[in-house]
Ligand binder design. Structure first.
Ligand SMILES: [Zn+2]
Ligand SMILES: [Zn+2]
Ligand SMILES: [Zn+2]
Ligand SMILES: [Zn+2]
Length: 364
């Protein structure tokens, strides 16, 4: 290999180092009160870091995936750093489609929010006056956005993608430490709203720990599937609050995400069945077994037995395993099985459960 070119592995390492470098820089800049542009560059750099780390994950599958047009992927251009590469949205799509690596929708939304803010900063003149009280407001918004973004990214890097980023645990830990200022800020928000949270609790709501910021600031005020915004960090999260079926207990219990095989009441340990929960909240769950109405396959999590159904309002769709809110349920035009998503073209290509007409012709 010619001098000056990096190998795939070296490219991966370089992407990661740059990515962590940008995030670390952004965190410093956020608290730099002296410079009028610091806040703007914090937004830009933080986003750049997130994008680079997602690209690095995609690159680990195969280097051609991060090239914007894979048909034109040229190893020399790539190794020289001259190839045009994908953006964030494309990277997330390719991770899912090609590599079967899902970025949860809450995480994807949070990264998307960082991207939009970054674009506003880059494309429009966005003056920030250090002497203006508004700058404090602006900084608050950025603190929250970065907290959410880092929370989701850290969870991917150190849990789901642990093996891929094994060599970078030092950097991940260092960024966690550097986020201390962000967390202190969240603590003051929490202290301020605590009286409101307490009065919500007294009025009968259940307070749940937000998985983005760790404060007990998600306020659940109904039974069944629901989505809330954390009162501290504004992260959106979905929950499933259920009434324990045991008559002696009958308490409200929180059912965990992605554990629909093993739910049990947190108060009395009575086991709670998926089919009973589907019966309680969905149109499909209440249908007779000989009716064609059955829960749908969730294409986000692919759980079998099927976990997606239409809530009693007849419109809203919810997956009781991964807690996503698909837009619709449609039936495969070839095999008739319901799934979350668009059935157009399935007569020919089939769904997750069949291979469509094309598959049946191959078999003949
Ligand atoms: Zn939160
Ligand atoms: Zn119970
Ligand atoms: Zn699901
Ligand atoms: Zn099918």
């Amino acid at each position: 290999m010619a001098k000056g070119k990096l190998t795939d592995d070296e490219q991966f390492t370089r992407l990661c180092e740059n990515g962590f470098g940008f995030v670390a820089k952004a965190i410093d800049q956020l608290w730099d009160h002296g410079s009028p542009d610091a806040l703007k560059y914090s937004v830009i750099n933080f986003y750049s870091g997130v994008e680079l780390l997602l690209k690095a994950r995609l690159m680990k599958e195969h280097w051609t995936l991060i090239v914007a047009d894979p048909n034109k992927a040229d190893i020399d251009e790539f190794l020289n750093g001259q190839a045009q590469t994908v953006g964030l949205t494309q990277a997330i799509k390719r991770l899912k489609k090609v590599a079967k690596v899902a970025v949860p929708s809450n995480a994807a939304n949070s990264f998307e929010e960082l991207r939009k803010h970054r674009n506003r900063m880059v494309h429009f003149y966005h003056p920030i006056d250090v002497n203006e009280p508004n700058q404090a407001k602006e900084r608050e918004a950025v603190v929250l956005e970065q907290c959410r973004g880092w929370f989701y990214l850290r969870r991917l890097l150190s849990d789901e993608w642990h093996d891929v980023f094994e060599g970078f645990h030092g950097q991940i830990a260092a960024i966690n430490t550097a986020m201390k200022g962000h967390r202190e800020y969240l603590r003051t928000v929490y202290d301020q709203i605590r009286p409101d949270l307490e009065s919500a609790r007294r009025a009968g709501a259940i307070l749940v720990t937000c998985s983005a910021c760790g404060f007990e600031a998600q306020v659940l005020d109904e039974i069944g599937p629901q989505e809330h915004k954390c009162r501290v960090c504004l992260a959106k999260e979905s929950f499933l609050l259920h009434i324990c079926p045991d008559e002696d207990c009958g308490k409200r219990t929180l059912l965990a995400v992605e554990e629909c095989e093993t739910w049990e009441c947190e108060h009395c340990a009575t086991s709670i069945d998926l089919s009973d929960v589907l019966y309680e909240y969905t149109v499909e769950g209440k249908a007779d077994h000989d009716e064609p109405n059955q829960p749908a396959l969730c294409t986000e999590c692919g759980h079998i037995p099927e976990t997606a159904g239409t809530l009693d309002d007849g419109e809203t769709v919810f997956c009781f395993n991964c807690f996503c809110w698909p837009e619709r349920i449609e039936c495969c035009e070839w095999c008739g099985e319901p799934f979350t998503g668009d059935a157009e073209g399935t007569y020919w290509s089939g769904c997750e459960k069949c291979e469509g007409k094309a598959g049946s012709m191959r078999d003949d």
